[in-house]
Ligand binder design. Structure first.
Ligand SMILES: Cc1ncc(COP(=O)(O)O)c(C=O)c1O
Length: 390
């Protein structure tokens, strides 16, 4: 049977192979420490679960409007006002099946076949595949350590081509945990505007910043800015598959049309469940979880450096540490496989995130309690001694 040609441009998510292998080892009785998949280990807050159950018990299982439940859009509008002092009208918010759904909408809305979006290298791998899926291109821009692996105005000018329609960045970023300041976003926006392009800012890790690093939003920056977000990470609702998009008003009607056709509507029980987030008890619970992530980062970052992992840019957000392993290996997939097989510690090879340097980088997700991170460090040390000491 013949597959569509575009499949040739869509690579698998390599970490999923490792995850499958780790799960099989677990089934066979091995104790595995999971630091590979980008999802919080915390379950959804009780308030969310109760709101979801209540919706199901009330029979709220029918379609909502394609752009989402009006009450949830209103709650998000308030959230932007209260957290960021930014006015976002509910009509500008489109609820989607995860940030993944928002990315699919944005790419379908903005990019013609053979046109491109500038993407960061390293960056979230699915972005270029969303583009490949509409026969468009993800133009990977190798970023620099000196600039925290961020896309800069200079890089925008250097890489912009006739077929480029915009740039997509994430802050806080996956896999680096880097956070762009409000000023960095503003000047990036300016540089993209100079080319009459669109800036898309993926704020999926918003709320997860540490050591006093500011939280801000690009929502409201201009008519040429789209913001993507999700209930997956800070709100710990990965499995509910719910995210959102903040779009300029001119784009709402076409986005509504696309949402109607691509998804019909986001999950109804998930949207009612998300309404259970916006109260003090739940928001305080989420803040306590952020603090737990912060403690984990404070433990793991120096511990990895002490083991000889080089961390070119200290992460300030998300829940990732992106490390250079050239000291040990030039084959990140092999390194990750051997660490998993020998010591039962699962981490992600950099090849998922960077075509240029991913073979000598790996990503650690601190999505396990400190006690487990300590055990992981003991095992990694033994792995390095057994395999890489002179
Ligand atoms: C930067 C980034 N964007 C988007 C997503 C998609 O997340 P979801 O569809 O669960 O909201 C992820 C998931 O890890 C991510 O890291």
């Amino acid at each position: 049977m013949k597959l569509a040609k575009r499949l040739e441009n869509i690579e698998p998510f390599h970490v999923m192979d490792l995850l499958g292998h780790a799960k099989a080892m677990e089934k066979a009785g091995r104790d595995i420490i999971h630091l590979e998949v980008g999802e919080p280990d915390f379950s959804s807050p009780q308030g969310v679960i109760e709101a979801g159950i209540s919706a199901l018990q009330q029979g709220l299982t029918h379609y909502t409007p394609a752009t989402g439940l009006p009450e949830l859009k209103a709650a998000l509008g308030n959230f932007y006002q209260e957290r960021f002092d930014t006015q976002v009208s509910p009509e500008q918010i489109i609820i989607t099946p995860g940030a993944s759904g928002a990315l699919q909408l944005i790419t379908s809305l903005l990019v013609n076949p053979d046109e491109s979006l500038l993407l960061t290298d390293p960056g979230y791998p699915c972005n270029r595949h969303f583009l490949a899926n509409i026969n468009a291109l993800g133009q990977m821009v190798p970023t620099h350590v000196e600039h925290g692996f961020h896309l800069t105005p200079n890089l925008v000018h250097e890489h912009w081509q006739e077929n480029t329609v915009g740039a997509l960045v994430a802050s806080p970023a996956n896999p680096t945990g880097g956070v762009m300041s409000q000023n960095q976003i503003a000047i990036l926006h300016e540089s993209v505007s100079q080319h009459e392009g669109i800036l898309v800012v993926d704020e999926i890790y918003q709320g997860l910043t540490y050591s006093g690093v500011e939280n801000h939003t690009a929502a409201g920056l201009g008519e040429d800015v789209f913001v993507i977000n999700s209930f997956s990470k800070y709100f710990t609702m990965t499995g509910w598959r719910l995210g959102w998009l903040v779009a300029p008003k001119w784009a709402i009607k076409p986005l509504d049309k696309l949402a109607q056709n691509l998804f019909l509507a986001p999950s109804t029980p998930a949207q009612y469940a998300a309404l259970g987030l916006f109260n003090d008890t739940t928001l305080n619970e989420l803040e306590a979880r952020r603090e737990a992530f912060s403690e984990r980062r404070e433990y793991l970052l120096p511990a990895l450096k002490a083991l000889g992992f080089s961390v070119p840019v200290d992460p300030q957000g998300a829940f990732y540490i992106y490390t250079d392993i050239s000291e040990f290996s030039q084959d990140s997939m092999k390194f990750c496989k051997e660490l998993l097989e020998q010591e039962g510690v699962a981490i992600t090879p950099g090849i998922d995130f960077s075509p240029t340097h991913g073979h000598h980088f790996v990503r650690f997700a601190y999505t396990a309690p400190v006690t487990r991170l300590k055990e992981a460090v003991i095992r990694i040390k033994r792995f390095l001694v057994n395999n890489y000491s002179a």
